[in-house]
Design a protein around this ligand. Structure first.
Ligand code: NAD
Length: 425
């Protein structure tokens, strides 16, 4: 095997600094220059990072901003957002400012229930098997609740049962849904344990063979909802409003547009999910699956004109976030972000995130329906380009300003302008 084979036996057993040395050696990079970059783990201690995931060699810092102006259910919030993308935080602040005086956002939640799926295959009489499973609801409740007495004590636990028949190429599958209230936990581990515990019982009641036992990220019993009315005068008049409605209708009808429309919503949603140590992929998978629930991929938000002519927006989005479990309790920064928001329950957090998603969508629709994204985006983006060109200190703002002035935010232009600046031009 060559020296730079990726087959490194026992890599996971090395310490963080030993792993860094091995990786730099592998890549033929000088240790002196890069080692400190890897070993500076910022606000996540290396020992903790090493417990959270495998084969840790460092951490990846992402800027944390705070969205202001958010009035949600009559309470003011400062909302921490972790994102590498410029304009995201500013967009939420702008959108929230334009509805602050008219009352801000109203939110609600459908519940904190998760679904675990148990897949049963090879059942000769699926309709019969379905009823046999449903008949055991009391046994299932007892078995599930016994898996997590802590959750039950906190008011959570098994709530309901559904059994679905799914026609597949290999035959009819009997799929049991365990519906479990996971309270302030996202609940993946809790419901997965229940599904695994139940599997042999389901086989004995219904025949066939259990294959998968895992939660569904389509958390449609955990929907966070937010709505808001933006006064037509506060947003620039009826033409802006109508342009925004048409932009929304475009997303509603066309998946090419809906993908970008919803990506914009997730800019805000994912940033708060990440800042609070929650599972960004779980939320994203749930949101996109929910957006396709009608059989075609569509907008997560809804926009319309009120009787008075104002712009009303609403969002409904699965939001399986927790305050316990995963990195939420472990990452010191996640804890600090929850404290800044004065969050007391997973439901409250989910509702705030829905409001942020709606605000983000408002900002995107407004800018798209009026000046287009590039103008605002480019003035922030120009700073990144200036940095990439090597600008330092006050050179960054000066080069960025020059790029915007020239109307050409490009790396080659930034390099030229930086050279000119340094040459005293
Ligand atoms: P967990 O099991 O670490 O914590 C939840 C448990 O904490 C509960 O079951 C309960 O026993 C206890 N608890 C204490 N106080 C509680 C309270 N106030 N409310 C509710 N429970 C309380 O975490 P989890 O939430 O079950 O799992 C989350 C983790 O699972 C995340 O890291 C996620 O990334 C990961 N995960 C996700 C998937 C997926 O999304 N498909 C699959 C597997 C694992």
């Amino acid at each position: 095997m060559s020296n730079n084979s990726s087959r490194i036996s026992g890599f996971h057993k090395l310490s963080v600094s030993e792993r860094v040395q091995r990786v730099l050696q592998y890549a033929g990079l000088p240790a002196g220059e890069l080692e400190p970059l890897f070993l500076n783990t910022g606000n996540l201690p290396a020992a903790l990072a090493d417990q959270l995931i495998e084969n840790v060699v460092g951490t990846m810092n992402i800027p944390l901003g705070v969205a202001t102006n958010l009035l949600i259910d009559g309470r003011d919030y400062l909302v921490p957002m972790a994102t590498e993308e410029s304009s995201v935080v500013a967009a939420v602040c702008n959108a929230a400012r334009q509805c602050y005086d008219s009352g801000g956002f109203i939110t609600s939640m459908s519940g904190t229930q998760m679904i675990a799926q148990v897949q049963l295959v090879g059942v000769p009489d699926p309709a019969n098997a379905r009823l046999a499973i449903l008949e055991h609801i009391d046994d299932i409740r007892r078995l599930c609740d016994a898996c997590d007495p802590v959750l039950v004590k906190l008011g959570g636990g098994f709530r309901d049962l559904e059994v679905r028949l799914i026609e597949a190429a290999s035959g009819t599958m009997v799929v049991t849904h365990l519906i479990v209230d996971t309270r302030d936990a996202m609940g993946a581990n809790a419901v997965n344990t229940m599904a695994e515990t139940l599997a042999p019982h389901i086989e004995s009641w219904a025949g066939g063979r259990v294959r998968l036992r895992i939660l569904s990220n389509l958390a449609d019993r955990r929907l966070a909802r937010a709505r808001c009315v933006w006064p037509v005068d506060a947003i620039g008049g009826a033409d802006v409003r109508d342009g925004m409605i048409q932009a929304y209708e475009f997303a509603q009808m066309d998946p090419y547009r809906a993908a970008t429309h919803n990506k914009g919503i997730m800019n805000g949603v994912t940033a708060v999910v990440l800042a609070t140590g929650n599972d960004t992929r779980a939320i994203e998978a749930g949101a996109h699956a929910y957006a396709a629930r009608r059989g075609w991929y569509s907008s997560l938000t809804h926009w319309e004109v009120t009787r008075e002519g104002h712009l009303a927006g609403s969002i409904e989005i699965p939001m399986a976030v927790g305050l316990v479990g995963g990195a939420t309790r472990l990452h010191p920064m996640a804890g600090a972000c929850l404290k800044i928001m004065r969050i007391e329950s997973a439901e409250q957090l989910a509702r705030v995130i829905a409001a942020v998603g709606l605000a983000q969508n408002f900002a995107a629709l407004k800018v798209l329906a009026t000046e287009g994204v590039q103008k605002g985006h480019m003035s922030l983006h120009s700073q990144n380009i200036a940095l990439m060109a090597g600008a330092q200190g006050d050179e960054i703002a000066r080069v960025a300003h020059r790029l915007v002035e020239l109307g050409t935010v490009r790396i080659d232009v930034a390099e030229r302008e930086l050279r000119a600046l340094r040459a005293g031009g």
